[in-house]
Design a binder for this molecule. Structure first.
Ligand SMILES: NC(=O)c1ccc[n+]([C@@H]2O[C@H](COP(=O)([O-])OP(=O)(O)OC[C@H]3O[C@@H](n4cnc5c(N)ncnc54)[C@H](O)[C@@H]3O)[C@@H](O)[C@H]2O)c1
Ligand SMILES: Nc1nc(=O)c(N)c(NC[C@H](O)[C@H](O)[C@H](O)COP(=O)(O)O)[nH]1
Length: 225
């Protein structure tokens, strides 16, 4: 069975998730980062695209000692399984996601990924090859389900989130809107990629929650199937 997939991302008041140079910016405040840590601690897996690894070098670890202890006490790893979608196996061998914290890592690559880079990554993570030139996200979800991942959090970026929406794989979409303006017509947004052309293809959402956090607002949408 495929995991329940929820996307969580933070955008500026003008709908950007980073600067035009793809430089990471703090959009969330302290309470929102704590919320992110709480939901991360409650998931089986957490996924990002290679663009996010190269831009932000996230570790995707659970930060709170209490939450890590709680996970360990229930027989789980301190961190959810960390997953990178990386068609050409560009994840650096010293990326924080590979070297920081304990727990499993999965790197999903395509058949076009150079063998030497794939072999290097195999020393640090489970590498799954799916798709010809880009990763087949539907097959990846099936593979994650087979590995026992029931709840999957996706942190971005916009290209990966687009791919997931385009494949009809998103169940829930959570956007935190922070009190900052970033601007730039080419700055990344929560959903980038090619975009949908026909209105009939737009994923339809249903608003499930509105919450004020820090000086911004969290919107929780479910995706109608
Ligand atoms: N504010 C936030 O919440 C937040 C969260 C994460 C990332 N970001 C920002 O997002 C930016 C990075 O986003 P991005 O769009 O460049 O990269 P991304 O993280 O979305 O990764 C995209 C990559 O995923 C891989 N991929 C493989 N198969 C795919 C498929 N079928 N569909 C889609 N992608 C596939 C490709 O190699 C592609 O280049 C950075 O600037 C980062 O700071 C912001
Ligand atoms: N929720 C959220 N608010 C933000 O303001 C912001 N810039 C991100 N960005 C996501 C980023 O790509 C990383 O996922 C996190 O920063 C976690 O990374 P760490 O585990 O702390 O290394 N996410």
């Amino acid at each position: 069975m495929r995991p329940y997939v929820f996307v969580n991302c933070a955008m500026s008041a003008d709908g950007k998730i980073s600067t035009i140079e793809r430089r990471q910016v703090k959009i969330s405040g302290k309470d929102d980062f704590d919320r992110v840590d709480r939901i991360k601690a409650g998931t089986d897996g957490i996924m990002v695209g290679i663009g996010t690894v190269l831009a932000d070098n996230p570790s995707l670890t659970v930060k709170s000692a209490d939450r890590k202890a709680e996970r360990s006490a229930s027989g789980r790893d301190e961190n959810p399984v960390r997953i990178v979608v990386d068609s050409m196996a560009r994840t650096p061998a010293d990326a924080d996601i590979l070297v920081k914290g304990s727990g499993r890592r999965i790197i999903a690559v395509s058949a076009a990924a150079p063998a030497d880079r794939v072999n290097t990554l195999r020393n640090r993570a489970e590498v799954i090859v799916l798709g010809e030139r880009s990763v087949d996200l539907t097959a990846l979800m099936d593979a994650l389900g087979e590995r026992g991942i029931g709840r999957l959090m996706v942190e971005g970026g916009g290209t990966l989130i687009w791919g997931l929406f385009a494949a009809g794989l998103v169940d829930e979409f959570r956007t935190y809107i922070g009190s900052v303006v970033i601007g730039g017509s080419a700055a990344p947004t929560p959903v980038d990629g090619e975009g949908f052309f026909r209105e009939s293809d737009f994923p339809r959402l249903s608003l499930k929650g509105i919450e004020r956090i820090d000086d911004g607002v969290l919107l929780t949408w479910s995706v109608e199937k």
